[in-house]
Ligand binder design. Structure first.
Ligand code: GLN
Ligand code: ZN
Length: 757
């Protein structure tokens, strides 16, 4: 039974990788120094895995930015705007594709399946693929020459690569994939020539959905790869969900199949019991959760192994994480500030590899030889599980007594609408913003000073109040109808609430890569979530005291907090969502009691949390919507609930938005305005809606004219009494000099349209 890994975090224990990248971008490292530092880091990671006892160590999982970008560059897919003239793609071009440059916008970035990692989307449109280098081969040679490791090169398979690229939709999928096949053939041939034993070809897209013709195509692809390099073993790796219902995958002409035995374990297991596992293949068992931060229950995993041993002999089994360890922090060793029972229940990448090795030892050396380690491990886990801080009876009782079918506002939307119209007396096409205003360096420095105790709490609060005052004045000058306080006190929309709710902890070094050099440190929900005290009331009330105009209270919704945190694994996601929702419900009440009667509950991550298989959507959406309603629906009819969601495809999603039963929703859509409006033509959405009228991601200041055209177009399908005018997302990342003139133009555009109504 071999120990294997699918991918190791790139960022380093102390985010060395990020520092190297950013210093290089800042022009403070030569290219040579950059290569030198990244090579050291890469080799260190390999060495570490070797020392831990991992037999099959992945290479080419390391990257200077993103693994999909690496693939695109390897295939010479450099869009024309980057003026590349062939040959090996220079480092500067590579980074230009990722980050943009003076005359060329960056390639798009999007979510990697259902994770919070974002990859660079390859563009297939205007270039013919050709091999610029064999990166997996280079990585293999390096590990062998420098460390004597005979590694397993990893690359994204042709099916997933093309499916995640941009531009294939316009072409024939099969033709497009086939145009890449000679390149893949060359790669595997060269790997075989070098004496590589195993290559891992990742095809996570196989867990989503696949048509019959795509299935046939996949068989022929792998047949061709096998023919090209018959001595090379291919491990076809899937992850993030089960391969069911497409069980045929087991018969693909490859030498090994990697399955996720964490997400989709039941389906995968049932499938293996029914169909057995082909005798000529290795089964790579992804049994340690690569998506959470907790120690696993070893005894349960051992039971799983015993079950699998009835189907496959031990020498055809690899034990490994469920997916690349890219999605978890590097090492839990340094989190010494956390309570003992929490700290010792954590397992990040390094600790997860230890668990794999321990399970394999249990097999080779027997129960007695590993008893001590097993016991220690399980004791640490039990300690947290039974810790009095974890279970809060009141929270459990509250969740138990939720009657899902009875959660809703007191009156229907139409009744509320009338009452709210009287209460608020807003003009047609009310103008507002999404919540945050520019978080300048000065705002961030103020927070640092407070955190480092250079400033007293009072000093910091006064600073925040000054900012609120400044921006209430600015908003009044601009002439906006509904104001916000600006969110200056918040670093991050999830962290801010996590720090104030019971049941969350924060790591010091628990960074994971979000995109490029940007890393995030997701909060960890380790216990029942509980409302402790009002979190946002003070700032909202202060803002409201400064103006006659309505001020929206501003919260992050339960589903977004859930999806952007690491959560405990002893209760369901749904239960955690309900706990958060109940806590936020108290915040909503506190706001209402304090006279804040317009409250926005942001859910930008609601759609992100959708399961990979469409068949599982309804279940998720049903509790996600319930969680939102739990948070928001106990308010008075006159209280206006707003929500906001970021860019996403909404065509198949409007019924869900409607079920949220928010009085007003704002959606980040300025980039696909037309499409969205078309969607509204077909679906009846009767509630208030703000379709973002300009793209806040771009530094340019939108013209009055283009915004009034956008508004006009929306009014073709939406009732004017329904429509709100706002930018398409929060303005936190924009400069003041862009924000003020843009909002001014937005208000002028609105006034112009109003006059024509
Ligand atoms: N209210 C938040 C803000 O304005 C919303 C952020 C988001 O949609 N991601 O920053
Ligand atoms: Zn947004």
């Amino acid at each position: 039974m071999k120990c294997s890994n699918l991918g190791y975090p790139r960022i380093g224990e102390n985010r060395e990788w990020k520092k190297t990248l950013e210093t290089f971008w800042a022009g403070k490292l030569t290219e040579e120094e950059f290569y030198e530092q990244t090579t050291q880091l890469r080799l260190h990671h390999l060495q570490k895995q070797k020392e831990k006892g991992i037999d099959i160590i992945p290479v080419n999982d390391f990257t200077f930015y993103d693994h999909m970008l690496d693939m695109a560059v390897m295939f010479g897919l450099v869009p024309k705007r980057f003026s590349y003239s062939g040959g090996r793609v220079p480092l500067s071009t590579y980074f230009a594709m990722a980050r943009g440059e003076q005359n060329a916008v960056a390639c798009e970035m999007t979510k990697w399946f259902n994770t919070n990692y974002h990859y660079i989307v390859p563009e297939l449109d205007d270039v013919t693929p050709h091999l610029t280098e064999n990166k997996p081969l280079t990585a293999y040679k390096e590990a062998k020459e420098k460390l004597g490791i005979k590694s397993k090169p990893v690359l994204i398979g042709p099916y997933t690569f093309v499916k995640l690229s941009k531009g294939y939709e316009k072409k024939d999928l099969a033709q497009t994939i086939l145009s890449f096949l000679p390149l893949y053939e060359q790669i595997v041939k060269e790997l075989q020539k070098e004496g590589v034993e195993w290559v891992q070809i990742d095809e996570p897209a196989l867990v989503t959905a696949c048509t019959k013709s795509e299935k046939e195509l996949l068989f022929s692809i792998f047949e061709r790869l096998h023919t090209a390099a018959p001595q090379l073993n291919i491990m076809l790796q899937t992850y993030f969900d089960s391969i069911v219902p497409e069980s045929d995958w087991l018969n693909l002409p490859v030498q090994g199949i990697g399955l996720d035995f964490v997400h989709g374990v039941e389906q995968n297991l049932t499938q293996l019991h029914i169909s057995g596992f082909p005798e000529d293949k290795v089964l790579a068992v992804g049994l340690i959760d690569g998506r959470n931060v907790w120690r696993t229950t070893l005894s349960k995993k051992w039971e799983l192994i015993e079950e699998l041993l009835q189907i496959v002999e031990a020498d055809r089994i690899w034990l490994q994480p469920s997916c690349s360890l890219l999605h978890v922090p590097v090492s839990a060793q340094k989190e010494s500030h956390l309570a003992y029972e929490i700290r010792s229940a954590l397992a990040f990448a390094d600790e997860k590899l230890d668990e794999i090795v321990l399970l394999s030892k249990r097999h080779t050396l027997g129960a007695e030889a590993t008893k001590k380690e097993f016991t220690e491990h399980e004791e640490a886990q039990q300690l947290l599980l039974h810790s009095p801080t974890r279970a809060r009876t009141k929270v459990h009782e509250a969740v138990q007594s939720i009657q899902e079918d009875h959660i809703g506002r007191h009156s229907s939307f139409n009744e509320r609408k009338e009452i709210q119209q009287k209460t608020w007396d807003l003009p047609l096409l009310p103008t507002t913003t999404i919540g945050s205003f520019p978080q300048s360096a000065e705002v961030r420095q103020a927070r640092q000073k407070f955190r480092k105790f250079e400033w007293s709490e009072k000093q910091y609060e006064e600073y925040i109040e000054d900012k609120i005052k400044e921006w209430i004045n600015i908003q009044e000058d601009i002439g906006l109808d509904v104001l916000v306080h600006g969110e200056f006190e918040r670093t991050d929309m999830v962290e801010f609430f996590g720090e104030k709710l019971g049941g969350f902890v924060f790591t010091k070094y628990g960074w994971v890569q979000s995109y490029g050099s940007r890393c995030v440190r997701p909060p960890i929900v380790y216990a029942d979530v509980e409302f402790l005290e009002p979190m946002t009331v003070k700032e909202s009330v202060f803002a409201k005291s400064l103006t006659q105009k309505p001020v929206k209270g501003m919260l992050t919704g339960p589903v977004t907090i859930l999806n952007w945190s690491f959560i405990r694994d002893d209760i369901s996601r749904k239960q955690v969502a309900y706990q958060i929702a109940l806590a936020l419900q108290q915040e909503v009440k506190a706001l209402e009691d304090a006279g804040i009667n317009m409250i926005q509950v942001d859910e930008p991550a609601l759609r992100e949390g959708l399961p990979l298989k469409k068949a599982d959507w309804n279940e998720y959406l049903s509790w996600a919507v319930t969680a939102f309603r739990l948070t928001t629906s106990s308010v008075a009819d006159s209280t206006q609930i707003h929500t906001h969601m970021c860019y996403c495809e909404f065509h198949d999603f409007i019924h869900v938005i409607s079920e949220l039963d928010a009085d007003v929703i704002s959606i980040e859509t300025s980039r696909s305005h037309g499409e969205l409006i078309a969607a509204f033509e077909q679906n009846i959405y009767d509630k208030g809606i703000g379709l973002g009228v300009y793209d806040i991601h771009s530094p340019r200041i939108p013209e009055v004219d283009e915004m009034s055209k956008m508004i006009q177009r929306a009014l073709d399908v939406l009732n004017p009494s329904q429509f709100w005018i706002n930018p398409d997302c929060g303005l936190k990342t924009r400069g003041v000099d862009e924000t003020i003139p843009s909002l001014k133009n937005m208000v002028v555009a609105t006034q112009a349209v109003r006059q024509q109504l």
